[in-house]
Design a protein around this ligand. Sequence first.
Ligand code: SMG
Ligand code: MG
Length: 369
Amino acid sequence: MKLERVELRRIGIPLATPFRTSLGLELDRDILILRADTSEGPGWGECVAMPEPGYSEEYLDGAAHVIQRFLLPAVAALDDLTPARAAAAMAAFPGNPMAKATVEMAVMDAWLRARRSSYADHLGAVRSTVESGVSVGIADTIDQLLAEVSGYVDQGYRRIKLKIEPGWDLEPVRAIRERFPDIALQADANAAYTFADARHLAALDAFDLVMLEQPLGTADVRDHAALARMLRTPICLDESITSARSAADAIALGACAIVNIKAGRVGGYLEARRIHDVCAAHSVPVWCGGMLETGLGQAANLALAALPGFTMPADIAPSARYFATDVTAPITMSEGRIAVPDGPGLGLDPIPEILEGYTTDVVTITRFG
Ligand code: SMG
Ligand code: MG
């Protein structure tokens, strides 16, 4: 297989519900969709970088530039292109995991479609549906949060995750726990605290949380280990885990009991699978995180979340939770579960007219480097 042509398409989609976290407020999604045309057919990738650095140092314009200027020439130079060879070629450049994951995702899609094999089969999925969890943004008031979460509980989500930050933590968590004593509940701080907040965070132990996700800074792995010794609530790392190696280190330090895996954060689905393997070898449960993806990204995430070590509900929700109209046929939930696509490649296609309608910019590349 050989890369012949790439289309870098920027789309803007309003979010069905504004999403506020300690990182800022998202009202719509600005997303880069990469179409890779190869000698064996097309494949699709989605970039999860946000418009601004915040969640990590990557941002969308920067990722688009790195893809065009460095990653595509390296991948286009390969005569016998496979997903693993693409990842190896891109590894020559340090960092930029979300940019790399976008290219790898599209190459893997093209390669699997040509082989009539699904993402799920290729990655090693063992189940055909995945438990769906919902990530709930910071609300203006506790009453608004209660109303929003009630709706999600009624819809049947298997787990509720509350975004927290200093000033919005114990009270919202207490209110939700009092109203819903039996739901699986967890909190995600997106690195908003420091170790100086350890005693305050220990007060979350009263609310029987499944986990506390990334309370401290991305680089504060040793502080997470110290915090873990002070809390009964299990610590889950998200931002801090950037590779299988960093997962092994964090586990060895005692910095996390659970790992959130996002392919974009770690450079692609192949590295995501390696993190799954490392965690499984240490009996550390993992679950699939989300970055408010379209149906394309969700399709790949569903395949990943069907691997055996993914034993906790994913941040994968039906399309309607994110967008009034998704770019693919809508992803739907039934009794809190979402089906893993089983068609070739991602198993879902973008609908051309819908993609076109959301498009804000297209660049077509036929000569690389
Ligand atoms: O995709 O349902 C989703 C959102 C999941 O909360 C979510 N993602 O830190 O886990 C996380 C956040 C990152 C996105 S914040 C802009
Ligand atoms: Mg997180």
